[in-house]
Design a binder for this molecule. Structure first.
Ligand SMILES: Cc1ncc(COP(=O)(O)O)c(C=O)c1O
Length: 544
């Protein structure tokens, strides 16, 4: 009897978590669904969806009614999380006092617990603290760059009217091409133009920087465009480029950013080695280093899994180490805060940003009071803060992250099974289909990502074009493609929301399009080509 049971135990063991065939073998599911929401649409209503798409949405996925999506809504992983029962329970306990409510103090403690002891407040002045709450990530970005520009202007910094001669030619070209999108810039002189480099800025971050008259500059590592399955840190920053930029233009660079994980480069992680190296370089020039930290826990999971020397550390220990190297961060809590709304800007104790830019914290506090509300609630209800506190406890759990990133891996493997070209290895929150490769050998138009997105909506699924339309722009009567070129369709997976089988139905819809890619029509841009952040607002029609 016992040897028979032992036989089955050993057989069951062989079936667990096998990496060779993701999706086939048993992967522990650390949670069960505790609440569901019904939709009122039918899978067979293809014509109805086509009509909504053409007449109401102008082929723009952002404008398409979510309640008419019977399949997977993979437009974004942001704010689309299914919250846990404990989060809902905490929300019922929300303290809705006007200022300094219970949730605020719990969140302050949670920030220290999550990111490390360095993230306590300075304590030198209780009304000017280190935690600035915002209603979402982009509100924190807007505050960051509005205040930074205000402080820089106040310091009266005079910059050279031309770029340094030692600057790498491709950096020079990239900076000059970005200048054309900056508002209110008069003439060619660069004497007031600051540059904010990053491994890759997210589109709203880029939009916020441009809006304040500064240049967002992406410096992704050379491997970010390779299809190199063995290189796991394709979100890294190009170390040679940041070094060259600072050697030549340090006075023009008030801050350096690293986005973890690198959403624009495919949700790819950044290694500790890269973060450390960038820190060493920014230290040489006394420049503050910041994270755009939306997916910090997913980034830490990759470090544990793939970076040498980290396999024995817990996700939390790795998060503490990552955050030791930066002076501050902003975060959209709609991702790794595991909530539907929320954001924050956090400054490290004794942060270089406050040393270098006196008045920054005070000005940020004033901005926040005027734009979002008292710093202790910053646009969020007391109950929202409780939800974030509980969300931050869950997001660093090993079992949660194994299931989360394991699901993305299975989704990617499903697409690969049909040779659909994706960024490999897949990142932590999404699968990115390479549009240029998807149409390899087929004559196409400029914005085929928009066409695929529209056809997927008819099929019953939603994804997001992040390519030549989202990141390109229109200037001087012509299209300027993104530089470096990015042309992807992003299928971002909401946290704790879908089953693996749902994602495989999305794969089947993409396969139909892939098999008939020579028949996919291009699109006309009917409205909004010249607008900033145009992919949120534009309208299209299918070419006949
Ligand atoms: C890397 C990154 N930064 C910033 C943001 C903006 O956050 P929010 O949507 O909360 O404004 C996002 C949102 O997707 C993001 O992915």
């Amino acid at each position: 009897m016992s040897s028979t049971i032992d036989f089955f135990i050993s057989k069951f063991r062989e079936n667990i978590n096998r990496e060779d065939e993701p999706g086939r073998y048993f992967v522990p599911r650390p949670y069960r669904n505790a609440s569901v929401s019904f939709r009122n649409c039918s899978i067979g209503d293809f014509e109805k969806r086509r009509d909504i798409l053409v007449n109401e949405a102008g082929l723009n996925a952002f404008m398409f009614r979510a309640d008419m999506i019977p399949g997977c809504d993979l437009l974004s992983d942001s704010g689309t999380t299914t919250m846990t029962m404990k989060q809902w329970a905490q929300m019922l306990l929300g303290d809705e006092s006007y200022g300094s409510n219970e949730g605020y103090f719990e969140l302050k403690n949670k920030i220290t617990e999550t990111f490390g002891e360095d993230w306590q407040s300075d304590g030198e002045n209780k009304s000017v603290d280190n935690l600035f709450i915002f209603h979402q990530g982009r509100a924190a970005e807007n505050a960051m760059f509005t205040v930074l520009k205000r402080v820089l202007n106040g310091m009266g910094i005079k910059l050279e009217p031309k770029l340094g001669s030692g600057l790498l030619p491709m950096l020079k070209t990239r900076i000059e091409s970005k200048l054309s999108s900056i508002k209110n810039r008069s003439g060619d002189s660069l004497d007031s133009v600051f540059i904010i480099p990053s491994n890759s800025h997210f589109d709203t971050t880029q939009g916020n920087i441009v809006d304040k008259g500064m240049v967002p500059l992406d410096l992704p590592c050379p491997e970010h465009i390779d299809d190199n399955r063995d290189f796991h840190f394709r979100g890294n920053m190009d170390v040679a480029e940041i070094e060259n930029l600072l050697e030549n233009e340090a006075s023009r660079v008030p801050l350096v950013y690293i986005t973890i994980t690198n959403n624009t480069s495919g949700g790819q992680p950044v290694s500790i080695a890269n973060i450390k190296r960038v820190r060493e370089i920014t230290d040489r020039f006394n420049i503050p280093l910041f994270f755009d930290a939306c997916r910090f826990a997913e980034n830490a999971w990759f470090i544990k899994k793939y970076e040498k020397g980290y396999s024995d550390k817990s996700v939390s220990e790795i998060v503490h180490e990552m955050f030791r190297y930066v002076d501050g961060f902003h975060i959209s809590l709609k991702k790794d805060g595991l909530v539907n709304m929320g954001g924050a800007l956090v400054l490290k104790k004794g942060s270089r940003v406050t040393e270098k830019y006196p008045g920054f914290k005070g000005s940020l506090t004033d901005y926040q009071i005027m734009a979002e509300g008292h710093p202790t609630y910053g646009g969020l209800a007391g109950r929202d803060l409780k939800g974030v506190v509980e969300g931050l406890s869950v997001v660093v759990r090993q079992d949660y992250l194994d299931a989360r990133i394991g699901q993305i891996k299975k989704f990617a493997a499903g697409l690969k099974r049909y040779d659909i070209p994706i960024i490999e290895p897949a990142g932590g929150h999404a699968v990115y289909i390479n549009i240029d490769k998807f149409f390899d050998g087929v004559e196409t138009d400029d914005f085929m990502g928009v066409s695929i997105t529209a056809l997927l909506l008819i099929a019953g699924h939603r994804a997001c074009e992040l390519g030549t339309y989202a990141f390109g722009h229109y200037a001087g009567g012509k299209e300027i493609p993104p530089d470096p070129r990015v042309n992807y369709l992003r299928a971002a997976v909401p946290r704790l929301a879908y089953e693996d089988a749902d994602l495989l139905s999305f794969v089947e819809a993409v396969k139909i399009l892939f098999d008939h890619r020579d028949r996919i029509p291009g699109v006309n841009v009917e409205y909004g080509r010249e607008l900033s952040m145009r992919h949120f607002k534009s309208r299209f029609s299918f070419k006949q």
